[in-house]
Each structure stands twice: as structure tokens, then as C-alpha cells.
Design a protein around this ligand. Structure first.
Ligand code: ADP
Length: 429
């Protein structure tokens, strides 16, 4: 799948997701308004019936216009005109019955206005669950209406939570929609990840072919020169070509070692052969054979600086040598000038710190967390002048972790980098 197709799929998915969410919210809002209207219709019908029945009980059958009014400011207050005597206990049971009839299973509070005293005479909080009598909140103070005749007021304190409960089917469909969108996002993310992996794999094969082809071609040419019987008369040339073959063979061995490291780092846990190791000889062994000559050939220098000569660490000799080798390899590779490298060793009461400091090209802040990812190489546009597989630092981090330690990077672009590893003196791990 090409990058453009992927981009189009991504953009279309985002647009569809936004439209689906917007539509869902539109319908939820509409449904909420509908539920609110239904509530008001049912409440009005119930309260009207209560008023008519109260008047009937008093033998009054004359009609009253607009019996139920809703407070304009707070829509949860209903004022019901009765224009007749109101018995509060009868009122309560009528309210309970009529509201249940209209399927309004929610708490309510009511208050009765006495036009003789011009006061709200009686108020009570009633739970829709008739078994619940104790611990109910005190009724609120009802606002007085402008009406002068007898009336009662009803308030639904739980109206909002009642409406929210009624909306639960809508919330469920929204949940399903979000679940679907999360799955879609995950699928797109996986496609991108797979694509990146495929590209990385292609790069890796290209790099590896190049890394193996060049030394092999040099060895082939050198060995052909050595096959010439006349070369025996020119010992200097013979030595020269033999050295080339030897150097290229070391290079190939290093590459093979690196690929093996990668295969190992794919495993969950690397078996460590831990022992007490003197840091100074370990560092000298790591640099002497390969790196010192390489740095010298580029006119650079390398220095080891130790807090004291007797520093010792508890770890796997072979893997720690590889770790230092990888850091040095990078310090030389990613340097455009004469490499100037310093290895600093120190200890504290927790363990040993080894820092490899270079004067190379440096790493940007954004790239620092990424360089430890397997196969990650900092993009350099189309310029592939420095070869590598992007597996060295992943291995370094893995080995530090397996030792119970850590790795930290301090770097500034165009100034250089410091890779600080910490290996604890933890005899148990
Ligand atoms: P490789 O060197 O084979 O590409 P690594 O895992 O060793 O793989 O390094 C990952 C990336 O981190 C490198 O491609 C390089 O861009 C960056 N990097 C590593 N070490 C240094 C360094 N000392 N200076 C600058 N960049 C570095």
C-alpha cells in the first residue's frame, strides 16, 4: 500500500469519525429535549388530574383555565391552581398515584398555599419508593406564586437524574460507537506500524547486503593479487594485501557479531555469566584491538579516565565488552571531525558508572528516546553515508537492564554526546 493511499485512508477515517461523533451528539441532544418534553407533558397531565380530583372531592365541578403552570425560571417547579380547600394528606396520595400512572417514577416535593394566611402552609419531600420514609431531605422553600387563590406547588428534585436514566440506551449506543472508533484507530495504527516495520526490514536488508558486499569484494580483489606468483618478490605489497584481508575479515566478524547480538536481543532474557571484573583492563581490552587503531587512522584520540585504578564491576564480561564496543563504534561513526573520545569510570555506593563522551554530531532531544528502539536510525534524508543496522543501542540498553542497571544520554547537536551507563553492584540479579 503506497504512502498516499494510507494518508487518504487516514484522512477519510478521521473525517468519518468526526462526522459520526457530531451526528451522535446531535441525536443525543434531540433525544434529551424529547425526554424533557415528555416528562413535562406527563407531569402536567398527572397534576391536572390531581387538581380535578381535589375539586371533585369538594363537590366543585366547575372548570378552571390553565390549572398547571410551570415556573419560567426554574422549569422544575409546577404550580397547580385548585381554587378550593386542599387537604395535604389526600393531596400526597393523589400525587403519588397520578405520577405513577404517568410512569414518572421519581421523587417529588410539594407545598400547599393557604390563601387565608397568605403563606405556604405545608411542605414535604416524598420518595417515589413508598417504603422509604426515614432520612429523606427536608423540602425546599417554595417560591410564592402571584396567585391569590388556593394552589399547591410541586418540585421534582431528581428530574435531571431521572432524564439521564431515561437516556441510558443512548449512552449505550454512544459507548458502542466509541468502542468501534477505538478499534478502527487501533487497526489504522497497526497498518502504519506494519508499514514502518516493512520499510525498516527493507532498509536492514539493504544495509546488510552493502555491509557484507564491500569487505567481501575487497577480500576477493586482494586475494586475487596474492595469487599472482610474482608477489613473492614484493614482500611489502604482499604484507599490504594480507593486512587488507585481515582488516576486512575483522570487519566482517564484527558485523556478524552485531547481527548475532540482534538475534539475542530478540529473546526475552539473555543468560548472563556474571563475575567480578576489573574495569581498567576491561576498557583497555575493549579499545586496544579495534578502536584505538581506527581512531588513530582518523587523526583522533581516546582517553580513559578512572576515579581510581581498582574499580570493579559485577557483570558479564563478554556482553559488557560488546556494550562498550557499540558505544565506541557510534562515537567514531557519528563524528565528522577528528574523533576525541573520553571514557570516564566512577563508582558510588550503588555501583559503577561508565560514560562514553564524544565530540560527534550530537542527537536532538526528540530523537533521544527513539534511538534505543530496535532498527531506529536517525533519519538523514537520502544521505546514507554512515552504515548501520539500528540495533546497537537497543542491545546496549537491554544488557544494562539485564544487569539491573540503566543508560542515560546527554547530547547537544553539533557538540557531542555522552552515553552514561550504570551497572549496580547487585550480586543477586
Ligand atoms: P546504528 O549505529 O547501527 O545505526 P545504533 O542503535 O547504534 O544503530 O544507533 C541508533 C541511532 O542513534 C544511530 O543511527 C544514530 O543516528 C544515533 N546515534 C547513536 N550513537 C550516536 C552518537 N554517539 N552520536 C550521534 N548519534 C548517535
Amino acid at each position: 500500500m503506497s504512502n498516499n493511499t494510507l494518508r487518504i485512508i487516514f484522512i477519510l477515517s478521521v473525517i468519518c469519525a468526526v462526522l459520526m461523533i457530531a451526528t451522535q451528539f446531535f441525536w443525543i441532544k434531540k433525544a434529551y429535549e424529547l425526554e424533557k418534553n415528555l416528562f413535562n407533558i406527563h407531569a402536567t397531565v398527572a397534576l391536572k388530574n390531581v387538581a380535578v380530583q381535589l375539586r371533585k372531592m369538594n363537590g366543585n365541578t366547575s372548570p378552571v383555565d390553565s390549572i398547571v403552570n410551570r415556573d419560567r425560571v426554574d422549569e422544575q417547579f409546577y404550580t397547580v391552581q385548585v381554587n378550593d380547600k386542599i387537604d395535604s394528606s389526600i393531596l400526597e396520595s393523589l400525587l403519588r398515584r397520578e405520577l405513577l400512572e404517568q410512569q414518572l417514577k421519581t421523587d417529588f416535593e410539594y407545598s400547599v398555599y393557604d390563601c387565608a394566611t397568605e403563606n405556604m402552609k405545608y411542605g414535604k419531600y416524598v420518595s417515589y419508593d413508598s417504603s422509604k420514609k426515614d432520612g429523606l431531605p427536608a423540602p425546599i422553600i417554595f417560591p410564592k406564586s402571584k396567585k391569590e387563590n388556593n394552589y399547591f406547588s410541586v418540585h421534582f428534585p431528581m428530574k435531571n437524574s431521572y432524564l439521564t436514566k431515561e437516556m441510558s440506551k443512548w449512552f449505550f449506543s454512544t459507548f458502542i460507537l466509541f468502542l468501534f472508533l477505538i478499534i478502527l484507530a487501533y487497526a489504522i495504527f497497526t497498518i502504519f506500524k506494519q508499514k514502518r516495520l516493512a520499510e525498516i526490514q527493507k532498509d536492514f536488508v539493504n544495509n546488510m547486503t552493502h555491509e557484507f558486499k564491500t569487505p567481501l569484494a575487497t577480500i576477493k580483489i586482494s586475494s586475487e593479487v596474492l595469487r599472482n606468483p610474482n608477489i613473492i618478490h614484493n614482500p611489502e605489497r604482499l604484507l599490504n594485501y594480507a593486512t587488507i584481508i585481515s582488516n576486512e575479515t575483522i570487519h566482517l566478524i564484527n558485523q556478524v557479531e552485531r547481527v548475532l547480538q540482534m538475534a539475542k536481543s530478540g529473546k526475552e532474557k539473555i543468560e548472563l555469566n556474571k563475575e567480578w571484573i576489573e574495569l581498567k583492563p576491561l576498557l583497555e581490552e575493549s579499545i586496544d584491538k579495534t578502536y584505538k587503531p581506527l581512531i588513530r587512522s582518523r587523526g583522533g584520540n581516546i582517553e580513559i579516565s578512572l576515579q581510581n585504578e581498582n574499580l570493579k564491576l559485577f557483570g558479564d564480561r563478554l556482553h559488557l565488552k560488546n556494550v562498550i564496543g557499540n558505544l565506541l563504534d557510534n562515537a567514531i561513526k557519528y563524528c565528522n571531525e577528528k574523533p576525541s573520545i573520553k571514557i570516564i569510570g566512577s563508582e558510588d555506593n550503588l555501583g559503577i558508572h561508565i560514560t562514553v563522551k564524544d565530540n560527534g554530531i550530537g542527537i536532538t532531544k526528540e530523537n533521544i528516546p527513539l534511538i534505543f528502539e530496535k532498527f531506529y536510525r536517525i533519519p538523514t534524508g537520502n544521505l546514507h553515508d554512515v552504515k548501520g543496522f539500528g540495533i546497537g543501542l537497543n542491545y546496549v540498553k537491554l544488557i544494562c537492564k539485564q544487569h539491573g542497571g540503566s543508560i542515560k544520554v546527554i547530547s547537544e547537536l553539533d557538540k557531542g554526546s555522552e552515553f552514561c551507563i550504570f551497572i549496580p553492584n547487585n550480586l543477586k540479579s
